[in-house]
Design a protein around this ligand. Structure first.
Ligand SMILES: Cc1ncc(COP(=O)(O)O)c(C=O)c1O
Length: 381
């Protein structure tokens, strides 16, 4: 009975993916072609090893840019001889979409540049920063390399960002507190009321840098963006977002920071990256195309359902995802897990110490995640 149900789900899920892959402009992979899906569905549900490696290691968007963005990219190639000069247009669009004045906005070469800017601002005077551990390392690593003490505050026993412990870790010389919501590599969120109180308190005396790279993926009533605090004109708060994730433009490097106009001016004056015309055109097109984002959201959820329902069924500990990746306690050293998956043409995330027995797995396309589950069962089931 159980296998009949799972077979039926497999076929239904498969046909949904076939329809999605056949959407014009949504690039498929050889692996996700309708032919291979049909073949695999008919052959006792065994999905053949794909011809090339599936990237489940960098939280990328497996679908690529939207059709609309691709058109903008092709057209912008003709303008590759030009400096971009499009920052003001980009800011005007984000201002309209986020309902915030252009004077609050910075545009960076990916949000990575803006994260490093946070690290730089904190390092301009001697002192320390406080960050959760583990978390996304761009800002802390940059600050550390610039000579700042990085105070790493372990996540709580249930793997949540521990605000109380972070508040206690703040020293009088702490210049900045970094929060990542949802966090990475642990896709947990910070409860919205506790987060607001924390930011309001901490930002009185120091910078709070809130990284919302995965904001668009969150579907959780306990979550809220803190953009309204910046909109209200509060000081000492920087919020970053990115075109790399739901918009699938990681390779073109476009990201945004929102902060008080004085802080935004300081950031803008210090940025060192150059925005490129292809990235700008692509992002401007993509942010006006809701259809693709909705498609990515829907398929990411489908992928997460495939993986998380297997993990639940098999009793494998994992953190319920609020983003486009999973964090799974495999019980095996991550380097061994990486190597074994790679022999099956799946690349999973790098080690995130001290969580040596956990794997971060980025959501690829739903049929690719079915192959992941099949491989997981084969290797460790
Ligand atoms: C939490 C978080 N913030 C920021 C980034 C950087 O994104 P980008 O520099 O592509 O905007 C990433 C990338 O994986 C991330 O996971």
């Amino acid at each position: 009975m159980k296998s009949r149900i799972s077979r039926r789900n497999f076929i239904l899920g498969g046909s949904a993916v076939v329809a999605a892959s056949a959407m014009p402009g949504i690039p498929g992979t050889p692996f996700s072609s309708p032919v291979s899906l049909m073949r695999s569905a008919l052959a006792q549900d065994v999905i053949p090893k794909p011809d090339s490696v599936i990237r489940m290691n960098a939280n990328e968007n497996p679908w690529g840019p939207s059709r609309v963005a691709l058109r903008a990219i092709y057209a912008a190639i003709e303008e590759a001889n030009l400096y971009s000069f499009l920052t003001n247009d980009m800011k005007a669009l984000m201002s309209e979409q986020q309902d915030i004045g252009v004077e609050h906005i910075s545009v960076g070469s990916g949000s990575g540049e803006l994260l490093k800017m946070g690290g730089l601002l904190a390092s301009m005077q001697e002192g320390s920063i406080v960050v959760p551990d583990p978390t996304f390392e761009d800002l802390p690593r940059y600050a550390e390399n610039a000579g700042t003490d990085v105070i790493r505050v372990p996540v709580s026993r249930n793997m949540d960002t521990d605000l109380e412990a972070m508040a206690s870790a703040i020293r009088s010389d702490t210049k900045l507190v970094y929060l990542c919501n949802p966090n990475n590599p642990i896709p947990s969120i910070i409860e919205k009321n506790a987060l607001r109180d924390f930011i309001l308190e901490v930002s009185r005396d120091r910078l709070v840098f809130l990284d919302e790279a995965y904001h668009e993926f969150v579907d959780n009533p306990d979550y809220s963006s803190m953009m309204d605090l910046v909109r209200e004109g509060r000081r000492n708060i920087i919020i970053t977002r990115t075109a790399s994730k739901i918009h699938g433009l990681a390779g073109l490097r476009v990201g945004f920071a929102y902060s008080h106009p004085d802080l935004a001016t300081e950031i803008n004056n210090k940025l060192t990256g150059q925005l490129n015309i292809i990235g700008m055109r692509a992002a401007m097109a993509s942010y006006q195309d809701k259809e693709h984002s909705n498609f990515v959201l829907r398929t990411t959820k489908e992928s997460l359902d495939i993986v998380e329902s297997y993990l639940r069924e098999a009793g494998i500990n994992h953190i319920k995802s609020n983003a486009n990746f999973s964090f799974i306690e495999t019980g095996h050293d991550i380097e061994e897990v990486q190597a074994r998956f790679l022999t099956e043409n799946i690349q999973v995330g790098r080690p995130f110490p001290p969580f040596r027995n956990w794997a971060r797995v980025s959501m690829a396309k739903p049929d690719e995640m079915r192959y992941f589950v099949q491989t997981y069962k084969k290797l460790y089931g």
